[in-house]
Design a protein around this ligand. Structure first.
Ligand code: G3H
Length: 540
Protein backbone atom coordinates (compact mmCIF):
# COMPACT_ATOMS: atom_id res chain seq x y z
CA UNK A 1 0.00 0.00 0.00
CA UNK A 2 1.70 3.19 -1.06
CA UNK A 3 1.29 6.62 0.50
CA UNK A 4 0.29 7.88 -2.94
CA UNK A 5 -2.60 5.40 -3.05
CA UNK A 6 -3.72 6.41 0.46
CA UNK A 7 -3.82 10.01 -0.67
CA UNK A 8 -6.39 9.10 -3.33
CA UNK A 9 -8.90 7.17 -1.26
CA UNK A 10 -11.44 9.98 -0.89
CA UNK A 11 -13.72 10.35 -3.93
CA UNK A 12 -14.88 13.31 -5.89
CA UNK A 13 -18.65 13.79 -5.74
CA UNK A 14 -18.96 12.60 -9.37
CA UNK A 15 -17.06 9.36 -8.78
CA UNK A 16 -19.44 8.09 -6.08
CA UNK A 17 -21.49 5.22 -7.57
CA UNK A 18 -24.99 6.45 -8.43
CA UNK A 19 -26.85 3.99 -6.25
CA UNK A 20 -25.01 5.21 -3.13
CA UNK A 21 -25.11 8.95 -3.79
CA UNK A 22 -27.01 11.11 -1.34
CA UNK A 23 -28.72 13.66 -3.50
CA UNK A 24 -29.87 16.01 -0.84
CA UNK A 25 -29.21 16.69 2.79
CA UNK A 26 -31.50 14.86 5.18
CA UNK A 27 -32.68 17.51 7.59
CA UNK A 28 -34.54 15.40 10.04
CA UNK A 29 -36.86 17.20 12.40
CA UNK A 30 -39.28 14.49 13.50
CA UNK A 31 -39.22 12.82 16.87
CA UNK A 32 -41.74 10.36 18.23
CA UNK A 33 -43.76 11.01 21.35
CA UNK A 34 -47.04 9.44 22.33
CA UNK A 35 -47.65 7.95 18.89
CA UNK A 36 -47.09 11.24 17.09
CA UNK A 37 -44.24 12.36 14.88
CA UNK A 38 -43.61 15.91 16.00
CA UNK A 39 -41.66 18.34 13.84
CA UNK A 40 -38.91 20.12 15.77
CA UNK A 41 -38.48 23.79 15.04
CA UNK A 42 -35.46 24.40 17.25
CA UNK A 43 -31.73 23.94 16.73
CA UNK A 44 -30.40 21.06 14.68
CA UNK A 45 -27.12 19.23 15.02
CA UNK A 46 -25.28 18.74 11.72
CA UNK A 47 -24.45 15.18 10.73
CA UNK A 48 -20.98 14.86 9.25
CA UNK A 49 -20.06 11.76 7.33
CA UNK A 50 -16.61 10.28 7.91
CA UNK A 51 -16.41 10.35 4.11
CA UNK A 52 -14.57 13.39 2.80
CA UNK A 53 -15.06 14.70 -0.71
CA UNK A 54 -12.09 15.54 -2.86
CA UNK A 55 -13.19 18.85 -4.34
CA UNK A 56 -10.09 19.24 -6.47
CA UNK A 57 -9.27 22.10 -4.16
CA UNK A 58 -8.77 20.05 -1.05
CA UNK A 59 -11.02 17.86 1.05
CA UNK A 60 -14.39 18.62 2.59
CA UNK A 61 -16.01 16.39 5.17
CA UNK A 62 -19.46 15.76 3.74
CA UNK A 63 -22.39 17.15 5.69
CA UNK A 64 -25.20 14.68 5.05
CA UNK A 65 -27.96 16.18 7.14
CA UNK A 66 -28.99 17.24 10.61
CA UNK A 67 -30.89 15.88 13.59
CA UNK A 68 -33.01 17.65 16.22
CA UNK A 69 -31.26 19.03 19.28
CA UNK A 70 -34.10 18.41 21.68
CA UNK A 71 -33.97 19.78 25.19
CA UNK A 72 -34.81 18.52 28.64
CA UNK A 73 -38.43 19.56 28.06
CA UNK A 74 -39.03 17.22 25.11
CA UNK A 75 -37.08 14.43 26.80
CA UNK A 76 -39.37 14.69 29.81
CA UNK A 77 -42.42 14.70 27.55
CA UNK A 78 -41.20 11.46 26.01
CA UNK A 79 -40.75 9.99 29.46
CA UNK A 80 -44.24 11.09 30.54
CA UNK A 81 -45.63 9.47 27.43
CA UNK A 82 -43.89 6.17 28.26
CA UNK A 83 -44.97 6.36 31.92
CA UNK A 84 -48.56 7.01 30.88
CA UNK A 85 -48.51 4.25 28.27
CA UNK A 86 -47.23 1.83 30.90
CA UNK A 87 -49.81 3.13 33.38
CA UNK A 88 -48.43 1.13 36.29
CA UNK A 89 -48.70 -2.04 34.22
CA UNK A 90 -52.30 -1.42 33.15
CA UNK A 91 -51.64 0.45 29.91
CA UNK A 92 -52.70 -0.89 26.53
CA UNK A 93 -49.28 -2.25 25.59
CA UNK A 94 -48.39 -4.05 28.85
CA UNK A 95 -51.93 -5.42 28.99
CA UNK A 96 -51.72 -7.04 25.58
CA UNK A 97 -51.32 -10.79 25.47
CA UNK A 98 -47.98 -12.12 24.33
CA UNK A 99 -49.58 -13.16 21.03
CA UNK A 100 -50.84 -9.60 20.47
CA UNK A 101 -47.45 -8.08 21.23
CA UNK A 102 -45.81 -10.51 18.82
CA UNK A 103 -48.24 -9.44 16.08
CA UNK A 104 -47.23 -5.81 16.55
CA UNK A 105 -43.51 -6.61 16.43
CA UNK A 106 -44.05 -8.72 13.30
CA UNK A 107 -45.81 -5.78 11.69
CA UNK A 108 -42.86 -3.57 12.58
CA UNK A 109 -40.40 -6.10 11.17
CA UNK A 110 -42.27 -6.24 7.88
CA UNK A 111 -42.13 -2.45 7.56
CA UNK A 112 -38.48 -2.41 8.64
CA UNK A 113 -37.45 -4.87 5.91
CA UNK A 114 -38.87 -2.49 3.29
CA UNK A 115 -36.31 0.10 4.39
CA UNK A 116 -33.24 -2.12 4.07
CA UNK A 117 -31.53 -0.24 1.22
CA UNK A 118 -32.10 3.16 2.81
CA UNK A 119 -30.86 2.11 6.24
CA UNK A 120 -27.83 0.31 4.81
CA UNK A 121 -26.87 3.37 2.75
CA UNK A 122 -27.11 5.57 5.83
CA UNK A 123 -25.03 3.12 7.88
CA UNK A 124 -22.29 3.54 5.27
CA UNK A 125 -22.52 7.30 5.10
CA UNK A 126 -22.92 7.95 8.81
CA UNK A 127 -20.39 5.61 10.39
CA UNK A 128 -18.29 4.47 7.44
CA UNK A 129 -19.23 0.80 7.79
CA UNK A 130 -18.60 -1.20 4.61
CA UNK A 131 -21.55 -2.15 2.41
CA UNK A 132 -21.08 -5.83 3.25
CA UNK A 133 -20.95 -5.21 7.00
CA UNK A 134 -23.82 -2.73 6.86
CA UNK A 135 -25.99 -5.30 5.09
CA UNK A 136 -24.88 -7.89 7.62
CA UNK A 137 -25.85 -5.57 10.47
CA UNK A 138 -29.30 -5.00 9.00
CA UNK A 139 -29.97 -8.68 8.26
CA UNK A 140 -28.58 -9.81 11.59
CA UNK A 141 -30.94 -7.41 13.31
CA UNK A 142 -33.94 -8.79 11.40
CA UNK A 143 -32.85 -12.35 12.26
CA UNK A 144 -32.51 -11.29 15.88
CA UNK A 145 -36.10 -10.06 15.89
CA UNK A 146 -37.35 -13.32 14.32
CA UNK A 147 -35.37 -15.38 16.87
CA UNK A 148 -36.72 -13.22 19.68
CA UNK A 149 -40.30 -13.84 18.55
CA UNK A 150 -39.70 -17.60 18.36
CA UNK A 151 -38.04 -17.66 21.75
CA UNK A 152 -40.89 -15.73 23.32
CA UNK A 153 -43.44 -18.11 21.82
CA UNK A 154 -41.57 -21.02 23.35
CA UNK A 155 -41.27 -19.35 26.72
CA UNK A 156 -44.97 -18.48 26.65
CA UNK A 157 -45.84 -22.10 25.84
CA UNK A 158 -43.82 -23.21 28.84
CA UNK A 159 -45.74 -20.78 31.06
CA UNK A 160 -49.11 -21.96 29.79
CA UNK A 161 -48.91 -24.91 32.16
CA UNK A 162 -49.12 -25.27 35.93
CA UNK A 163 -46.32 -26.60 38.10
CA UNK A 164 -46.95 -28.67 41.17
CA UNK A 165 -44.29 -28.82 43.90
CA UNK A 166 -44.64 -29.91 47.53
CA UNK A 167 -48.40 -29.67 47.39
CA UNK A 168 -48.36 -26.17 45.91
CA UNK A 169 -49.54 -25.52 42.40
CA UNK A 170 -48.44 -22.41 40.53
CA UNK A 171 -48.50 -20.73 37.22
CA UNK A 172 -45.32 -18.73 36.56
CA UNK A 173 -45.24 -16.06 33.89
CA UNK A 174 -42.86 -13.32 32.84
CA UNK A 175 -44.26 -9.81 33.09
CA UNK A 176 -42.77 -6.43 32.14
CA UNK A 177 -40.71 -4.25 34.48
CA UNK A 178 -41.96 -0.79 33.50
CA UNK A 179 -40.33 2.08 31.63
CA UNK A 180 -37.05 1.39 29.85
CA UNK A 181 -34.46 3.84 28.57
CA UNK A 182 -32.59 2.33 25.60
CA UNK A 183 -29.33 3.81 24.35
CA UNK A 184 -27.08 2.15 21.81
CA UNK A 185 -23.52 2.65 20.54
CA UNK A 186 -22.36 4.28 17.30
CA UNK A 187 -20.49 1.21 16.03
CA UNK A 188 -23.63 -0.94 15.84
CA UNK A 189 -26.29 1.77 15.90
CA UNK A 190 -28.97 -0.58 14.62
CA UNK A 191 -28.06 -4.04 15.83
CA UNK A 192 -26.89 -3.36 19.36
CA UNK A 193 -29.66 -0.89 20.00
CA UNK A 194 -32.37 -3.19 18.70
CA UNK A 195 -30.95 -6.12 20.65
CA UNK A 196 -32.22 -4.36 23.79
CA UNK A 197 -35.06 -2.26 22.36
CA UNK A 198 -37.00 -5.12 20.76
CA UNK A 199 -36.84 -7.50 23.75
CA UNK A 200 -37.74 -4.61 26.06
CA UNK A 201 -40.78 -3.79 23.95
CA UNK A 202 -41.95 -7.30 23.23
CA UNK A 203 -41.97 -8.13 26.94
CA UNK A 204 -44.53 -5.34 27.44
CA UNK A 205 -42.33 -2.53 28.74
CA UNK A 206 -42.69 0.95 27.33
CA UNK A 207 -39.56 2.57 25.99
CA UNK A 208 -37.76 5.87 25.55
CA UNK A 209 -35.11 5.34 22.90
CA UNK A 210 -32.30 7.75 22.23
CA UNK A 211 -30.16 6.83 19.22
CA UNK A 212 -26.37 6.73 19.43
CA UNK A 213 -24.03 9.72 19.00
CA UNK A 214 -23.40 8.82 15.34
CA UNK A 215 -25.63 6.59 13.27
CA UNK A 216 -28.70 8.70 14.06
CA UNK A 217 -30.19 9.49 10.66
CA UNK A 218 -30.52 5.80 9.87
CA UNK A 219 -33.36 5.57 12.38
CA UNK A 220 -35.35 8.13 10.36
CA UNK A 221 -36.58 5.64 7.73
CA UNK A 222 -37.99 3.54 10.57
CA UNK A 223 -39.84 6.29 12.45
CA UNK A 224 -43.16 5.78 10.69
CA UNK A 225 -42.95 2.03 11.14
CA UNK A 226 -42.44 2.57 14.87
CA UNK A 227 -45.35 5.01 15.01
CA UNK A 228 -47.73 2.76 13.08
CA UNK A 229 -46.80 -0.59 14.62
CA UNK A 230 -47.19 0.13 18.33
CA UNK A 231 -49.83 1.75 20.52
CA UNK A 232 -49.26 5.41 21.39
CA UNK A 233 -46.49 5.89 23.96
CA UNK A 234 -45.15 2.31 23.87
CA UNK A 235 -42.10 3.57 21.98
CA UNK A 236 -40.83 7.15 22.12
CA UNK A 237 -37.79 8.32 20.19
CA UNK A 238 -35.79 11.39 21.17
CA UNK A 239 -32.64 13.09 19.93
CA UNK A 240 -30.15 15.55 21.34
CA UNK A 241 -27.16 15.75 23.61
CA UNK A 242 -27.06 13.15 26.32
CA UNK A 243 -26.30 15.63 29.07
CA UNK A 244 -29.34 17.77 28.13
CA UNK A 245 -31.79 14.93 27.76
CA UNK A 246 -30.91 11.64 29.40
CA UNK A 247 -29.60 13.08 32.67
CA UNK A 248 -32.97 14.76 33.22
CA UNK A 249 -34.77 11.45 32.65
CA UNK A 250 -32.65 9.68 35.24
CA UNK A 251 -33.18 12.39 37.83
CA UNK A 252 -36.94 11.86 37.76
CA UNK A 253 -36.59 8.37 39.21
CA UNK A 254 -39.33 7.26 36.82
CA UNK A 255 -37.11 4.93 34.82
CA UNK A 256 -37.25 1.28 35.82
CA UNK A 257 -34.65 -0.11 33.42
CA UNK A 258 -31.52 1.37 31.90
CA UNK A 259 -30.30 -0.46 28.78
CA UNK A 260 -27.07 1.16 27.67
CA UNK A 261 -24.24 0.18 25.37
CA UNK A 262 -21.35 2.62 25.74
CA UNK A 263 -18.57 3.52 28.14
CA UNK A 264 -18.49 2.55 31.81
CA UNK A 265 -17.80 6.21 32.61
CA UNK A 266 -21.00 7.28 30.85
CA UNK A 267 -23.02 4.49 32.48
CA UNK A 268 -21.70 5.39 35.94
CA UNK A 269 -22.49 9.06 35.59
CA UNK A 270 -26.04 8.35 34.49
CA UNK A 271 -26.81 5.62 37.00
CA UNK A 272 -25.76 7.88 39.87
CA UNK A 273 -28.43 10.41 38.90
CA UNK A 274 -31.30 8.04 39.68
CA UNK A 275 -32.69 8.96 43.11
CA UNK A 276 -33.49 5.32 43.97
CA UNK A 277 -30.71 3.28 42.36
CA UNK A 278 -32.06 0.04 43.84
CA UNK A 279 -35.16 0.46 41.69
CA UNK A 280 -33.19 0.86 38.49
CA UNK A 281 -32.28 -2.36 36.75
CA UNK A 282 -29.30 -1.90 34.45
CA UNK A 283 -28.30 -3.89 31.40
CA UNK A 284 -24.96 -2.56 30.26
CA UNK A 285 -22.51 -3.42 27.49
CA UNK A 286 -19.36 -1.40 28.16
CA UNK A 287 -15.65 -1.04 27.41
CA UNK A 288 -13.31 -3.95 26.77
CA UNK A 289 -9.63 -4.60 26.14
CA UNK A 290 -9.78 -8.16 24.83
CA UNK A 291 -6.35 -9.75 24.49
CA UNK A 292 -5.24 -12.50 22.12
CA UNK A 293 -2.62 -14.90 23.44
CA UNK A 294 -0.61 -16.67 20.78
CA UNK A 295 1.17 -19.76 22.12
CA UNK A 296 4.46 -20.95 20.57
CA UNK A 297 2.80 -23.89 18.80
CA UNK A 298 -0.13 -21.92 17.31
CA UNK A 299 -1.10 -22.43 13.68
CA UNK A 300 0.30 -19.08 12.67
CA UNK A 301 -1.71 -18.66 9.48
CA UNK A 302 -4.92 -19.10 11.41
CA UNK A 303 -3.76 -16.99 14.38
CA UNK A 304 -2.74 -14.16 12.04
CA UNK A 305 -5.91 -14.29 9.94
CA UNK A 306 -8.13 -14.26 13.04
CA UNK A 307 -6.06 -11.57 14.80
CA UNK A 308 -6.11 -9.27 11.78
CA UNK A 309 -9.89 -9.56 11.45
CA UNK A 310 -10.27 -9.50 15.23
CA UNK A 311 -8.31 -6.28 15.60
CA UNK A 312 -9.18 -4.49 12.38
CA UNK A 313 -12.64 -5.40 11.12
CA UNK A 314 -14.66 -2.18 11.07
CA UNK A 315 -11.29 -0.51 11.79
CA UNK A 316 -11.15 -2.02 15.28
CA UNK A 317 -14.35 -0.21 16.32
CA UNK A 318 -16.03 -3.22 17.94
CA UNK A 319 -16.34 -3.71 21.66
CA UNK A 320 -15.31 -7.32 21.02
CA UNK A 321 -12.25 -6.36 18.94
CA UNK A 322 -8.87 -7.79 19.87
CA UNK A 323 -7.22 -4.76 21.44
CA UNK A 324 -3.82 -6.19 22.40
CA UNK A 325 -1.89 -9.21 21.11
CA UNK A 326 0.43 -11.22 23.37
CA UNK A 327 2.67 -13.30 21.14
CA UNK A 328 5.28 -15.74 22.48
CA UNK A 329 8.74 -14.27 21.99
CA UNK A 330 9.94 -17.37 20.09
CA UNK A 331 7.52 -16.65 17.22
CA UNK A 332 6.89 -12.94 17.52
CA UNK A 333 9.06 -11.90 14.55
CA UNK A 334 7.49 -14.32 12.11
CA UNK A 335 4.03 -13.50 13.51
CA UNK A 336 4.61 -9.78 12.88
CA UNK A 337 5.84 -10.39 9.33
CA UNK A 338 2.76 -12.43 8.50
CA UNK A 339 0.47 -10.01 10.33
CA UNK A 340 1.83 -7.02 8.42
CA UNK A 341 1.53 -8.85 5.12
CA UNK A 342 -2.12 -9.57 5.88
CA UNK A 343 -2.78 -5.96 6.97
CA UNK A 344 -1.29 -4.70 3.73
CA UNK A 345 -3.91 -6.75 1.85
CA UNK A 346 -6.78 -4.85 3.52
CA UNK A 347 -7.92 -2.34 0.99
CA UNK A 348 -8.42 1.22 2.22
CA UNK A 349 -11.34 2.96 0.60
CA UNK A 350 -14.93 4.04 0.75
CA UNK A 351 -17.66 1.94 2.39
CA UNK A 352 -19.46 1.14 -0.88
CA UNK A 353 -16.36 -0.43 -2.49
CA UNK A 354 -17.18 -4.18 -2.47
CA UNK A 355 -13.57 -5.15 -1.68
CA UNK A 356 -12.88 -2.47 0.94
CA UNK A 357 -11.26 -3.52 4.24
CA UNK A 358 -10.46 -0.19 5.91
CA UNK A 359 -12.64 2.91 5.97
CA UNK A 360 -12.61 6.44 7.48
CA UNK A 361 -13.56 6.98 11.13
CA UNK A 362 -16.74 8.77 12.26
CA UNK A 363 -15.62 10.24 15.61
CA UNK A 364 -14.35 13.83 15.45
CA UNK A 365 -10.78 14.03 16.75
CA UNK A 366 -10.30 10.26 16.56
CA UNK A 367 -7.24 10.32 14.29
CA UNK A 368 -5.53 12.78 16.71
CA UNK A 369 -6.36 10.51 19.62
CA UNK A 370 -4.95 7.44 17.86
CA UNK A 371 -1.88 9.44 16.88
CA UNK A 372 -1.37 10.39 20.53
CA UNK A 373 -1.47 6.71 21.51
CA UNK A 374 1.13 5.93 18.87
CA UNK A 375 3.36 8.85 19.96
CA UNK A 376 3.12 7.78 23.58
CA UNK A 377 4.06 4.20 22.69
CA UNK A 378 7.01 5.44 20.65
CA UNK A 379 8.23 7.51 23.58
CA UNK A 380 8.27 4.38 25.69
CA UNK A 381 10.19 2.28 23.20
CA UNK A 382 7.74 0.91 20.61
CA UNK A 383 7.91 1.36 16.88
CA UNK A 384 5.31 1.35 14.16
CA UNK A 385 6.41 -1.85 12.42
CA UNK A 386 4.15 -1.88 9.36
CA UNK A 387 4.56 0.13 6.21
CA UNK A 388 2.64 3.41 6.31
CA UNK A 389 1.27 2.54 9.77
CA UNK A 390 -0.38 5.55 11.38
CA UNK A 391 -0.68 7.55 8.14
CA UNK A 392 -3.54 10.01 8.50
CA UNK A 393 -5.54 11.35 5.56
CA UNK A 394 -8.33 13.53 6.92
CA UNK A 395 -10.66 11.13 8.79
CA UNK A 396 -8.79 8.03 7.67
CA UNK A 397 -6.15 6.37 9.88
CA UNK A 398 -4.09 3.60 8.32
CA UNK A 399 -3.59 0.82 10.92
CA UNK A 400 -0.51 1.22 13.09
CA UNK A 401 1.02 -2.05 14.32
CA UNK A 402 3.04 -1.23 17.44
CA UNK A 403 5.91 -3.38 18.74
CA UNK A 404 7.35 -4.02 21.30
CA UNK A 405 4.60 -2.81 23.61
CA UNK A 406 5.11 -2.65 27.38
CA UNK A 407 3.26 -1.69 30.55
CA UNK A 408 4.40 1.93 30.52
CA UNK A 409 2.43 2.73 27.38
CA UNK A 410 -1.14 4.00 27.46
CA UNK A 411 -2.12 1.59 24.72
CA UNK A 412 -1.26 -1.32 27.05
CA UNK A 413 -4.35 -0.67 29.15
CA UNK A 414 -6.40 1.98 27.32
CA UNK A 415 -9.12 0.84 24.93
CA UNK A 416 -8.12 2.33 21.57
CA UNK A 417 -11.38 1.44 19.76
CA UNK A 418 -9.66 2.02 16.45
CA UNK A 419 -6.98 0.75 14.07
CA UNK A 420 -3.97 0.59 16.41
CA UNK A 421 -2.64 -2.91 17.11
CA UNK A 422 -0.30 -3.25 20.10
CA UNK A 423 1.84 -6.40 20.15
CA UNK A 424 3.57 -7.60 23.33
CA UNK A 425 6.23 -10.33 23.28
CA UNK A 426 5.75 -12.56 26.34
CA UNK A 427 7.97 -15.26 27.77
CA UNK A 428 5.91 -16.89 30.51
CA UNK A 429 2.19 -17.63 30.47
CA UNK A 430 1.98 -15.94 33.88
CA UNK A 431 2.51 -12.55 32.20
CA UNK A 432 -0.61 -13.02 30.13
CA UNK A 433 -2.60 -14.31 33.09
CA UNK A 434 -1.51 -11.32 35.21
CA UNK A 435 -2.59 -8.98 32.40
CA UNK A 436 -6.12 -10.36 32.34
CA UNK A 437 -6.41 -10.59 36.13
CA UNK A 438 -5.14 -7.03 36.66
CA UNK A 439 -7.24 -5.53 33.85
CA UNK A 440 -10.22 -3.34 34.67
CA UNK A 441 -12.06 -5.07 31.88
CA UNK A 442 -13.33 -8.62 31.58
CA UNK A 443 -15.19 -9.24 28.37
CA UNK A 444 -13.41 -11.95 26.33
CA UNK A 445 -10.01 -13.42 25.44
CA UNK A 446 -8.72 -15.40 22.47
CA UNK A 447 -6.18 -18.21 22.85
CA UNK A 448 -4.29 -19.51 19.83
CA UNK A 449 -2.35 -22.78 20.15
CA UNK A 450 -2.45 -26.57 20.18
CA UNK A 451 -0.88 -27.63 23.49
CA UNK A 452 -3.85 -28.85 25.49
CA UNK A 453 -2.06 -28.49 28.85
CA UNK A 454 -1.22 -24.83 28.29
CA UNK A 455 -4.66 -24.09 26.85
CA UNK A 456 -6.35 -25.78 29.80
CA UNK A 457 -4.22 -23.76 32.23
CA UNK A 458 -5.28 -20.52 30.54
CA UNK A 459 -8.93 -21.54 30.37
CA UNK A 460 -8.98 -22.19 34.11
CA UNK A 461 -7.16 -18.95 34.83
CA UNK A 462 -9.55 -16.91 32.69
CA UNK A 463 -12.87 -18.60 33.46
CA UNK A 464 -13.22 -16.40 36.54
CA UNK A 465 -12.09 -13.25 34.72
CA UNK A 466 -14.00 -12.91 31.45
CA UNK A 467 -17.33 -13.85 29.89
CA UNK A 468 -16.07 -15.85 26.91
CA UNK A 469 -12.83 -17.65 26.06
CA UNK A 470 -12.32 -18.18 22.32
CA UNK A 471 -10.07 -20.99 21.12
CA UNK A 472 -8.18 -20.42 17.88
CA UNK A 473 -10.68 -17.74 16.93
CA UNK A 474 -11.11 -14.00 17.33
CA UNK A 475 -13.44 -12.60 20.01
CA UNK A 476 -17.02 -11.99 18.93
CA UNK A 477 -20.55 -11.62 20.16
CA UNK A 478 -22.28 -14.11 17.85
CA UNK A 479 -24.08 -16.38 17.48
CA UNK A 480 -26.69 -14.17 19.13
CA UNK A 481 -28.25 -17.14 20.88
CA UNK A 482 -25.05 -17.47 22.98
CA UNK A 483 -24.68 -15.45 26.19
CA UNK A 484 -22.93 -12.11 25.71
CA UNK A 485 -21.67 -10.48 28.89
CA UNK A 486 -18.58 -9.34 30.75
CA UNK A 487 -17.13 -8.80 34.19
CA UNK A 488 -15.63 -5.80 36.00
CA UNK A 489 -16.01 -2.59 33.94
CA UNK A 490 -17.11 -4.46 30.80
CA UNK A 491 -20.78 -5.21 31.38
CA UNK A 492 -23.68 -5.64 33.71
CA UNK A 493 -26.14 -8.43 32.95
CA UNK A 494 -26.14 -10.97 30.16
CA UNK A 495 -27.66 -10.61 26.72
CA UNK A 496 -28.61 -13.30 24.22
CA UNK A 497 -31.87 -13.92 22.42
CA UNK A 498 -33.32 -15.72 25.45
CA UNK A 499 -31.46 -13.79 28.18
CA UNK A 500 -32.70 -10.47 26.83
CA UNK A 501 -36.30 -11.59 27.28
CA UNK A 502 -35.42 -12.48 30.85
CA UNK A 503 -33.62 -9.25 31.75
CA UNK A 504 -36.50 -7.10 30.58
CA UNK A 505 -39.06 -8.97 32.63
CA UNK A 506 -39.70 -10.50 36.02
CA UNK A 507 -41.36 -13.79 36.89
CA UNK A 508 -44.61 -13.44 38.74
CA UNK A 509 -46.50 -16.46 39.96
CA UNK A 510 -49.92 -17.30 41.19
CA UNK A 511 -49.54 -20.06 43.78
CA UNK A 512 -52.12 -22.00 45.78
CA UNK A 513 -52.26 -25.09 47.95
CA UNK A 514 -53.21 -27.88 45.63
CA UNK A 515 -56.59 -28.69 47.17
CA UNK A 516 -60.03 -29.14 45.66
CA UNK A 517 -61.28 -25.64 46.54
CA UNK A 518 -58.30 -23.93 44.91
CA UNK A 519 -58.42 -26.22 41.90
CA UNK A 520 -62.08 -25.32 41.51
CA UNK A 521 -61.42 -21.57 41.64
CA UNK A 522 -58.50 -21.72 39.25
CA UNK A 523 -60.35 -24.05 36.88
CA UNK A 524 -63.26 -21.62 36.77
CA UNK A 525 -61.03 -18.60 36.11
CA UNK A 526 -59.41 -20.44 33.23
CA UNK A 527 -62.63 -21.88 31.74
CA UNK A 528 -64.43 -18.55 31.91
CA UNK A 529 -61.33 -16.63 30.72
CA UNK A 530 -61.66 -14.33 33.73
CA UNK A 531 -57.94 -13.46 33.89
CA UNK A 532 -55.36 -12.69 31.24
CA UNK A 533 -52.50 -13.74 33.54
CA UNK A 534 -54.02 -16.97 34.79
CA UNK A 535 -54.65 -18.71 31.52
CA UNK A 536 -53.61 -21.82 29.65
CA UNK A 537 -53.88 -20.25 26.21
CA UNK A 538 -51.20 -21.66 24.00
CA UNK A 539 -49.45 -19.90 21.11
CA UNK A 540 -49.09 -22.28 18.16
O1 G3H B 1 -19.31 -3.75 19.64
C1 G3H B 1 -19.65 -4.81 20.15
C2 G3H B 1 -20.49 -5.80 19.41
O2 G3H B 1 -21.46 -6.41 20.20
C3 G3H B 1 -19.65 -6.84 18.80
O3 G3H B 1 -20.38 -7.73 18.09
O4 G3H B 1 -18.56 -9.40 17.87
O5 G3H B 1 -20.56 -9.48 16.42
O6 G3H B 1 -18.87 -7.69 16.12
P1 G3H B 1 -19.55 -8.62 17.05
Amino acid sequence: MTKEFLATIFPSEASIPKSFQLHEKIDQREYLINGELISWQGDLSPVLSPVCINTGNGYEQKVIGATPLLTKKEALQALDSAVQAYDKGHGVWPSFTVAERIEHVEKFLMRMREKRAEVVNLLMWEIGKSLKDSEKEFDRTCDYIVDTINELKQSDRRSATFQNEQGIMAQIRRVPLGVVLCMGPYNYPLNETFSTLIPALIMGNTVVFKPAKYGVLLIKPLLEAFRDSFPAGAINIIYGKGRDTVGALMETGKLDVFAFIGTNKGANELKKLHPKPHRLKSILGLDAKNPAIVLPDADLDNAVAESVMGSLSFNGQRCTALKILFVHKSIVNVFIDKFNAEVSRLKPGMPWDPSVGLTPLPEPGKTDYLQSLVDDAKQHGAQVVNENGGTVIQTFFYPAVLYPVNKKMRVYTEEQFGPVVPIVAYENLEETIDYVVDSNFGQQVSIFGKDSAQIAKLIDAFASQVGRINLNAQCQRGPDTFPFNGRKDSAEGTLSVSDALRVFSIRTLVAAKSNETNKGIIGKIIRNRESSFLSTDYIF
